[in-house]
Ligand binder design. Structure first.
Ligand code: HOZ
Length: 441
């Protein structure tokens, strides 16, 4: 049924074209969107249809301008339509968009990733973070000969069947407990425990001794809002993986090369066995990769028999975009420091106005990932994120949106800053928060 726009009154600005487009979209696209979080379901209202973006700003179909805190969920580290990227893509496009055959560009990309993440000996390019994570699990299973793996509640590793168990992001946003279509067979080998709960994880490992192929984690969780690993959590997983010969997988789809030149591995000082990358390494084009230690990655076909393939894997346009972005991060890591400083500035400003409002809140923040949880207690796992006042988040989201600040349309997503943001943009965001809180509290 076509949405009757019950939340139209949330908007005081003209979003008539988006409203029309959403109505039209619902006639030919499930829910009118190609990825569920975009539908604004948990915050209500009409999703904005974007016409263009430049630097720190998004422009919707009615020409409203917004400061963008989604950054395409991570990759727009230097802002939208970043000139070196646009130029590289244009120059490459004239040589065709896909070959289905190897190119030198893929080697350059692999060499660059290896130089930035020194424990990656071999890396295979794929087309999305989902593909990267599901392939990494397959590799871990193939290598160890074991079937089960552990993931943490509220972490999201893409939409492959085995990951849709207690997942974050859209699954949490839509509060889907069991995903129809995922068979018990596919889900039975997925074991879950709370993020940051090392004891629960150790118990699981004991109960399933010798059965666990891998433990996969978002080193900084970004799919239940931003949640940081407690000191010792990741180190504890590393220790248990070593003791039990379990493959430790870092899902760096959001953090990879955003948090540091060497990703979260470098930022947090953890050496994973396999690492998955996603949108960031394509500069916003559909790219993913999984890689890691040689003796494990050697099971991948055609070297070994763990099969994995893709016509668009290593696509030349995606490779040049990713290569250009990663090269800039590699050569000028001080740009990431600039971005981190901007995020710290934003955090300080938000802290002041939230404190002044008297509402309970927590700000979780690391590097250029940040999120506000309307909760009086620390938000260190999914249960805490879910028990925050997410009705208030919904009001905050809309109050900010109409002030031209585009936050993720769910409390279960991290915000991502980009380095095109100016101090004026950050001040505007802080001021909009102060005004919004006055309006909604
Ligand atoms: N799962 C993505 C964020 N965690 C959202 C993807 C999208 O809707 O574009």
């Amino acid at each position: 049924m076509v949405n009757q726009f019950p939340y139209r009154s949330f908007h005081t600005m003209n979003i008539n074209t988006s409203i029309d487009l959403f109505q039209r979209a619902q006639k030919s696209i499930p829910g009118g969107v190609n990825s569920p979080v975009r539908a604004f379901k948990s915050v209500g209202g009409t999703p904005l249809f974007i016409r263009k973006a430049a630097g720190a700003y998004l422009y919707d179909a009615d020409d409203n301008k917004y400061i963008d805190f989604i950054a395409s969920w991570g990759p727009m580290i230097f802002g939208h339509a970043y000139a070196p990227l646009v130029k590289a893509i244009q120059e490459q496009a004239v040589f065709s968009t896909s070959y289905g055959a190897p190119t030198e560009l893929e080697i350059r990309m692999a060499e660059l990733i290896k130089s930035m993440a020194p424990n990656v000996d071999l890396v295979r390019m794929v087309s999305s973070g989902t593909e990267a994570c599901m392939s990494a699990i397959r590799v871990a299973r193939g290598y160890t000969g074991r079937n089960k793996f552990i993931k943490f509640e509220g972490c999201y590793h893409g939409h492959a069947d085995a990951f849709l168990v207690k997942a974050g992001s859209g699954v949490a946003t839509l509060d889907i407990q069991t995903v129809p279509g995922v068979t018990a067979g596919a889900a039975n080998d997925t074991l879950t425990c709370p993020y940051n709960d090392l004891d629960a994880m150790e118990r699981l490992v004991k109960e399933h001794k010798g059965e666990i192929a891998a433990i996969i984690v978002e080193p900084v969780a970004g799919n239940m809002g931003c949640i940081l690993p407690k000191p010792g959590f990741l180190e504890g997983i590393r220790r248990i993986c070593d003791a039990e010969k379990i493959i430790f997988i870092f899902d760096e789809v959001m953090t990879g090369f955003r948090l540091a030149k060497g990703g979260a591995q470098e930022k947090l000082g953890i050496d994973a066995d396999l690492v998955t990358y996603g949108k960031v390494i394509g500069g916003g084009l559909p790219v993913g990769a999984f890689g890691g230690k040689r003796h494990i990655m050697e099971v991948v076909a055609p070297l070994g028999s763990v099969y994995q393939a893709g016509t668009l894997s290593g696509n030349p346009i995606a490779m040049i975009a990713g290569y250009t972005l990663l090269s800039i991060i590699n050569e000028q890591p001080e740009l990431l420091k600039e971005l981190d400083d901007k995020t710290a500035y934003l955090k300080e400003g938000l802290d002041k106005v939230l404190k002044a409002s008297g509402t309970p809140y927590m700000i979780n923040h690391l590097g250029s990932m940040i999120s506000v949880h309307f909760s009086g207690k620390p938000v260190t796992d999914f249960a805490a994120a879910a028990s925050a006042n997410n009705d208030l988040f919904k009001k905050y989201f809309h109050a900010m949106l109409k002030r031209g600040i585009y936050l993720p349309p769910s409390a279960f997503e991290s915000w991502f800053l980009n380095n095109a943001m100016t101090t004026a943009d950050l001040d505007a965001t802080i001021e909009a928060t102060a005004e919004s809180l006055k309006e909604i509290l």
